[in-house]
Design a protein around this ligand. Structure first.
Ligand code: GAR
Length: 208
C-alpha cells in the first residue's frame, strides 16, 4: 500500500477527489496517511477528518522564523513516513531539503497548461485571471513533479479545457477543476502507485 501525504492550504476539492477515488476503487493500492495544512482554517482539514484521516496544521505564524517553521513542517512530513507527497493547492514554498529528500516523489497540481500561466505568484484564481487577460482559447491543468524551481519540474499529465466566451476567472476555475484537475490528480497517484511513472533527463515518462 502506497503511503500518501497530502499538503493543502484551502478548500481541498482536489483532496476530496483523491479521497473519493480511493474509496470508489478508482485509485488502488494507495492510502492517505496524513493531511498537512499551513492554514488552521483550511476546509480541507475538515474534509480529511470527516474521512478519519489524520489532519494536522503547521502554521508559519506559530514559529519565530522560516527556519523553525521548515523544521516543524519537515518533522510533520517525516513522521508520516510517506512514499508519495501530493501538493493539492498547497501555497507554501517547500524547504529545499525536502525537495532533495523526496525527489520525483512530490506531485503538484497546477491549474494551467505549464509552461503557460505559472511560476512565482501565479497560483489559484490568478492563473485564470491571467489566462482570460491574454485571451487564450484553451487552458487546462498539469500534474508535475516538484523540483527546486516554481512549476518547473517534470510534467506527468496534462489535460486541455476550452475557454468559453463570457467566462469569469471563477467559472473558468470551476471548469478546469471539474474537467481536468479532479481527474488528473487521482490518475497520477494511481499511476505512481503502480510504478508507471519514470523520470529521465528531467522528463517524466508515463507507461499507461
Ligand atoms: C487548485 O485549482 C489547484 O490547482 C491550485 O489551487 C487550487 C486549490 O483548490 N494550485 C495552484 O495554483 C498551485 N500553483 P482546492 O483546495 O479546492 O483543491
Amino acid at each position: 500500500m502506497l503511503r500518501v501525504l497530502v499538503c493543502v492550504s484551502g478548500g481541498g476539492t482536489n483532496l476530496q477527489a483523491l479521497i473519493d477515488s480511493m474509496e470508489s476503487g478508482k485509485v488502488r493500492d494507495a492510502q492517505i496517511v496524513r493531511v498537512i495544512s499551513n492554514n488552521k482554517g483550511a476546509y480541507a482539514l475538515e474534509r480529511a477528518r470527516e474521512h478519519h484521516i489524520d489532519a494536522v496544521c503547521v502554521s508559519p505564524k506559530e514559529y519565530p522564523d522560516r527556519e523553525a517553521f521548515h523544521a516543524a513542517f519537515l518533522h510533520a512530513v517525516e513522521e508520516s513516513d510517506p512514499d508519495l507527497i501530493v501538493l493539492a493547492g498547497f501555497l507554501v514554498v517547500l524547504p529545499e531539503e525536502m525537495i532533495r529528500k523526496y525527489r520525483n516523489r512530490i506531485l503538484n497540481i497546477h491549474p494551467s497548461l505549464i509552461p503557460s500561466f505559472c511560476g512565482t505568484g501565479c497560483y489559484g484564481l490568478k492563473v485564470h485571471e491571467k489566462a482570460l487577460e491574454r485571451g487564450v482559447k484553451i487552458t487546462g491543468a498539469t500534474v508535475h513533479f516538484v523540483d527546486e524551481g516554481t512549476d518547473t519540474g517534470p510534467i506527468v499529465l496534462q489535460k486541455a479545457v476550452a475557454v468559453q466566451s463570457g467566462d469569469t476567472p471563477g467559472t473558468l476555475q470551476r471548469r478546469v477543476m471539474e474537467e481536468a484537475e479532479w481527474e488528473l490528480l487521482p490518475r497520477a497517484v494511481d499511476l505512481f502507485a503502480h510504478g508507471k511513472i519514470s523520470v529521465r533527463d528531467g522528463r517524466a515518462d508515463v507507461a499507461d
